[in-house]
Design a binder for this molecule. Sequence first.
Ligand code: ATP
Ligand code: MG
Length: 438
Amino acid sequence: MAEKKKFQAIKGTRDLLPPDTELWNRVEQTAREVFGTFGFGEIRPPIFEPTELFARSIGMDTDVVGKEMYSFEDRDETSVSLRPEATASVCRAYIEHGMHAWPQPVKLYYTGPMFRRERPQKGRYRQFYQIGAEVLEMVPPNQDPAKNIGKDAAVDAEVIEMVMAFFARSGLEGVELAINSIGDRQCRPKYVELLRAELMKVKDKLGPDSQRRILTNPLRVLDSKLESEQGIIAGLPRISDHLCANCAAQYAELKRQLGMRGVPYAENWRLVRGLDYYMRTTFEITARGLGSQNAVCGGGRYDGLVELLGGPPTKGIGFAIGEDRLILSLEEAGKGGAALGRDVFVAWMGEQAQGAAILAAQKLRASGFRVELPPVEQKFGKALGQADKLGARYALILGDDEIRTGQWTVKTLASGEQAKMSEAEFLEMSRKGKRLSS
Ligand code: ATP
Ligand code: MG
């Protein structure tokens, strides 16, 4: 006989279970509502895409594409990858569906799983969930880029305002927003060269990761958490001193716009994003109760990404919230989901009573109550014990007596009170006492 094999979820993946999933649903529902008030519609892109899409957009030299993607060869020998993020898919969809012909800007949000082969730890998984949004706007031909700096900054500020509004509505605590500008194609390359030259001078004092990044992605060195490198990084040139006039103007306007919207922020010149396609505005939001994995949202502007993927010149700004971390933080603050509970447990005995119980359950469920209907007859004592365990509010007792008289026996489990009433009276009473959570 074959040995019994015990299956387990793959390392870095996990099952989300009730009652936790209540909180997941609540958070996603809040996102839908808040994003809706800002005029965003939902997009549901596929979970896998051609590997090339991510290689091109995120960049070959990033950790995400270089070593974290789940890629495999499809039967037709093309390489496909589980999405490590969704911005590339949204841009692909923008092009594929000719969204530049829709009223601009196009505002989309998404929720769903992402996949990165990282070392699993608290707040870091291989399948994790993001809630994100993107604003895409085709650039009209011959538009003077300097003319729209104020407009871009206002769009960025509104996107940030929306994330902050969502976090506030979710009840997230200890929320801190950090912003930065990482320049554009005009000024960033010069700054990166300067940074690279300065890093070469101190190369021996850096760890192996940063040493490697001097060549591949020197901006990422600024992101280093390594204690021994902090002193060196503090002395490096800052991009804010090297922004071109347009970038500097946009950054100043972003700060003014955030001020007008009452969004508090801190500037962090070391804030860069891990993905290649960002420019100008970058931001990150941290929250309480998460240890070193405390970033709950990362975002930024990515003008030019749609064009890089074969579309028309298009501006873009977006963010991705780490839903796993958001949930962790809410749970640490005691805002987790309550056990599912039931409004009514229908305790029935006798063949006639089963018919009445089924009808009662149907009516109650149609009115939105959470009802438990035991599949087989139980002694009332046992039924009431089970009702208690399930956290039911009322036990509806249906036996021969109740069927004969048409009067239901209703027990309020918390108080132990028991009363006889008609079906209509019970519906009326339970409607009044209906839980807010249900
Ligand atoms: P980190 O520096 O924490 O690795 P990142 O810069 O790679 O984050 P982004 O690609 O900007 O993250 O993704 C946005 C958000 O998604 C992050 O702020 C984080 O909350 C969440 N996130 C990213 N990777 C993971 C992961 N492996 N597990 C859980 N959440 C994640
Ligand atoms: Mg990462």
